[in-house]
Design a protein around this ligand. Structure first.
Ligand code: ATP
Length: 331
């Protein structure tokens, strides 16, 4: 049996995670679930958005499935997402985005964004002085090396043909320059058989919208990966379409790339596609690849048979979408 820690969180998190757990239960009888609070519910209970007990529980499981948390405006707020990424050493953020439904004016895309998940602009070190604020942006050899190696390895294992390094080394010559030079070195020593390409982040953002077929696997720094994966999600239909996996040498946490979307919480209209595809990524990661593939197929069948979710103007909310996916799974 594989043990999964379920962390529904805030806003639409619990709604989409409930759908994903139903699908997981239907896809495999090899799973057992433990549930824990994260975000506002945990804060009300213990005064922290992510407790030490929950981190220990996550460590004791084969993987975790997380919904979303609402960012608090309080000055002492510490993001539980950044905390679990750091404490569990989840240095890869894997964000595959694929067109499931063909929309007018949006070219089809199938891109995997491998985002550096441990440093860059996310050091959370910001200092005020009398003129303003200085933010520390850190790029190390070690973190750049391991993320580029991961991207190359991912491309190879998943039959991908091309890896594109997205950067801004024309301006950030030292930091992005280091990332780019490590990419060049590793692609020439480890990337045989794969096409290497390079793209400035601004033009990559445009091309993701106008000519996404240009991209296959993208490897990039933390903030660029965060932004570009939302751009890719937008091209594919919206934030409800982008799953994500936080991966490290020992632990993993899977989540939809979207946030808690308080504007639509409680209305039954959140699209659970991203959460269910994140669950499928988790199945693949914990050694249940056939089950993961079956879930992906069941989701894809929903769209290919002409149905639409309410975020795309269709009539299917979270519950009816999930019922269709369960039916496609043969349950
Ligand atoms: P947070 O503060 O938690 O990041 P947010 O609302 O600012 O929340 P997102 O949750 O990422 O940011 O979403 C932005 C908008 O995209 C939402 O307001 C919502 O309208 C839409 N959205 C996000 N996720 C979904 C989804 N799963 N289904 C439908 N619409 C979604």
């Amino acid at each position: 049996m594989k043990k999964v820690c379920v962390l529904p969180g805030d806003g639409i998190g619990p709604e989409v995670i409930e759908c994903a757990v139903k699908v997981l239960n239907a896809a495999s009888d090899q799973l057992e679930f433990v549930q824990a609070d994260i975000g506002q519910a945990e804060y009300r209970k213990s005064g922290t958005h992510l407790s030490r007990d929950t981190l220990d529980l996550m460590k004791s499981c084969d993987s975790s499935l997380f919904g979303a948390v609402t960012t608090s405006s309080s000055p002492d707020y510490e993001s539980p997402v950044l905390r679990f990424r750091k404490e569990l050493n989840l240095y890869v953020n894997l964000r595959p985005v694929k067109t499931l439904v063909h929309l007018p004016q949006r070219p089809p895309l199938d891109v995997v964004i491998v985002r550096e998940n441990s440093e860059g602009m996310y050091t959370q070190q910001e200092q005020y002085d009398d003129k303003g604020v200085t933010t520390l942006r850190r790029v190390t050899r070690e973190a750049s090396d391991r993320i580029v190696r991961y991207a190359i390895d991912y491309a190879r294992k998943n039959g991908r043909r091309k890896v594109t390094c997205v950067h801004k080394a024309n301006v950030l010559r030292a930091s992005d320059g280091l990332f780019l030079s490590i990419f060049r070195e590793l692609m020439s020593s480890e990337g045989s058989g794969l096409e290497a390409s390079e793209q400035l982040v601004d033009s990559a953002a445009m091309k993701l919208v106008t000519d996404p077929a240009e991209f296959d696997v993208i490897v990039t720094l933390n903030l660029y990966g965060d932004i570009l994966s939302d751009v890719a999600a937008g091209v594919a239909g919206g934030l409800g379409f982008a799953p994500s996996g936080n991966l490290g040498p020992k632990y993993s946490v899977f989540e939809p790339a979207h946030g808690s979307a308080p504007d639509i919480a409680g209305k039954g209209i959140a699209n659970p596609t991203a959460a269910i595809l994140a669950a499928a990524l988790m199945l693949r990661h914990i050694g249940l690849p056939k089950e993961g593939q079956a879930v992906e197929r069941a989701v894809s069948e929903f769209y290919s048979s002409g149905h639409l979710t309410s975020d795309l103007g269709g009539r299917h909310g979270s519950v009816s979408f999930t019922e269709h996916v369960l039916k496609n799974l043969g349950r």
